[in-house]
Design a binder for this molecule. Structure first.
Ligand SMILES: Cc1cc2nc3c(=O)[nH]c(=O)nc-3n(C[C@H](O)[C@H](O)[C@H](O)COP(=O)(O)OP(=O)(O)OC[C@H]3O[C@@H](n4cnc5c(N)ncnc54)[C@H](O)[C@@H]3O)c2cc1C
Length: 462
């Protein structure tokens, strides 16, 4: 039996962050991984999806800008896009097999012991991996993430070859007709990617709109843009039955209509990876997300932490890594806890559609639902000197949600081309609760689209 200070089960971005931080501060750490270091994010989610989205995005933006548009003579070159995607996710060009060798220098730098295989709790601070048992002196971290959810809808479990994000992001072929079920961030981003790479995409959503948790204007703009690219969007239609008819996948929706495709991509959410990890041995129930306190300790089990997607608080890589830092520091004796409202539905999030959506904190609707009296200020993202150098006709809006009484920014949504890097300024203002009469001294450079902040100050009268 090998003994470590901390055992981290799950080598995705969250487990990596925790393991490296603990090791860098002098603890002896085991990182247990049963697939690939890098996890879902690096191999089947964030990274490959952005690799598919970026080339068509660049071309679309260039095609809108006079002087560049004249040189754009077609869409993205699919083979080159897929080749580049393979490089960034670590596919070995010789074998075509995915790998995680690119993480080897990182493992070495942080002096981690990687243990390959499935980790299962087998008692207090004990984890089995295959035939071996590992013991932790201080704590065990569960960072096993989440799996694609395949809900119990008629016919779905009988179908073979259905795509989840894993097949979609690693595909070597672009299907002619793709049916995407679910218009959350994953469904919307992948619809955009495949439509631009040559598929005819049909996007089916049970709610009345795509991206239901975002500001109305963001949802409308993305819907119009997707439709402009040719995506056939069907909202307010729940998928109620799945079947095969010859080579076609057939989806029947709640209004009795049917949709057909060569490939079916189900993007209906995620489910916690908490089955078959020995939770019973710690008196916990498998199946659901693990409930944690503000230090990420699992309720009722003081030596066990759950970080990242597995606790369901905010299914983003950056939030999992934030939780990892909090949990690691707690083990190291720091009482820092997750800041109130800093994760959950108010976490910063970016959606890499065209237009992109960058948002943090409250939407108008969520603030009102929480009983906060807000005033909102809108401006066009490119209605400033910086905007002159971006597509003059591109859609984009910035909305600032301000707490009327406290005069602080509590939410911000920005849409437009290449706006995702705007978000961090807004995140600092929201998390720092910077009063507007202080914030106005943060001067945006000229000529940049960050002058949207000047529009906020002008409208707010500060
Ligand atoms: C298509 C798609 C696009 C996304 N895009 C973004 C984005 O742009 N930005 C963003 O912030 N988020 C994005 N996300 C969400 C992001 O992928 C997750 O929030 C993130 O991967 C969570 O990290 P994690 O470390 O908690 O889990 P994971 O990345 O799922 O890693 C968990 C790892 O643990 C391993 N594991 C599980 N159980 C065990 C066990 N018992 N023993 C050993 N190993 C185990 C798994 O094999 C896996 O490698 C996207 C998700 C999807 C599906």
């Amino acid at each position: 039996m090998r003994t470590f200070d901390v055992i981290v089960v799950g080598g995705g971005p969250t487990g990596e962050e925790a393991a490296a931080r603990l090791s860098d501060r002098g603890l002896h750490v085991a990182l247990v991984e049963d697939r690939l270091i890098g996890g879902e994010c690096a191999h089947w989610a964030c990274i490959p999806s952005k690799a598919l989205l970026r080339p068509p995005e660049v071309l679309a933006e260039a095609a809108r800008i006079p002087g560049a548009r004249e040189s754009v003579d077609g869409g993205a070159r699919v083979a080159a896009v897929l080749e580049r995607r393979d490089v960034v996710i670590g596919v070995d060009p010789a074998t075509g097999q995915p790998g995680d060798e690119m993480f080897a220098p990182w493992v070495e730098r942080h002096r981690l012991t990687v243990v390959r295989g499935r980790g299962r709790l087998v008692g207090e601070r004990r984890v089995s991996v295959g035939d071996e048992e590992l013991k932790a002196r201080r704590a065990v971290f569960l960072a096993g993430g989440a799996d694609p959810l395949l809900p119990p809808i008629e016919g779905l479990d009988e179908l073979e070859g259905v795509w989840t994000n894993r097949e979609a992001t690693t595909t070597q072929e672009i299907p002619e007709r793709l049916v995407v079920v679910g218009a959350g961030p994953v469904g919307v981003e992948l619809s955009q990617a495949f439509q631009q790479l040559g598929s005819q995409v049909m996007l089916i959503e049970g709610e009345s709109r795509v991206l239901p948790r975002h500001e109305d204007f963001a949802c409308i703009q993305v819907t119009e843009a997707l439709a402009g690219y040719g995506v056939d969007i069907r909202t307010g239609q729940r998928a109620v039955r799945f079947a095969r008819d010859g080579d076609d996948y057939v989806v029947t929706t709640s209004d009795g209509a049917t949709a057909r495709g060569d490939v079916l991509l189900v993007a209906l959410g995620r489910t916690a990876a908490t089955n078959d990890i020995g939770l019973e041995t710690a008196g916990l129930n498998p199946g659901g997300y693990l409930e944690v306190d503000r230090h990420m300790r699992v309720h009722g089990v003081p030596w066990l932490y759950a970080i990242g997607d597995i606790n369901g608080r905010a299914l983003f890589t950056h939030m999992g890594k934030y939780q990892a830092r909090i949990a690691a520091d707690h083990v190291l004796g720091d009482e820092m806890a997750v800041a109130h409202g800093a994760d959950g539905s108010r976490a910063p999030s970016v959606i890499f559609t065209d237009p992109q959506i960058a948002s943090v904190g409250h939407t108008t609707e969520s603030a009102t639902a929480d009983g906060i009296d807000v005033v909102t200020y809108d401006t066009q993202t490119s209605d400033n000197a910086g905007g002159l150098f971006y597509a003059p006709d591109a859609t984009g809006t910035a909305r600032f949600v301000v707490d009327r009484e406290r005069q602080v920014l509590i939410g911000c949504t920005i849409t437009g081309p290449e706006v995702v890097d705007f978000l961090h300024a807004a995140t600092i203002a929201v998390v720092g609760e910077v009063p507007l009469d202080r914030l106005r001294h943060a001067v945006p450079s000229f000529p940049t689209r960050s002058e949207i902040w000047l529009s906020l100050f002008e409208q707010a009268g500060v």
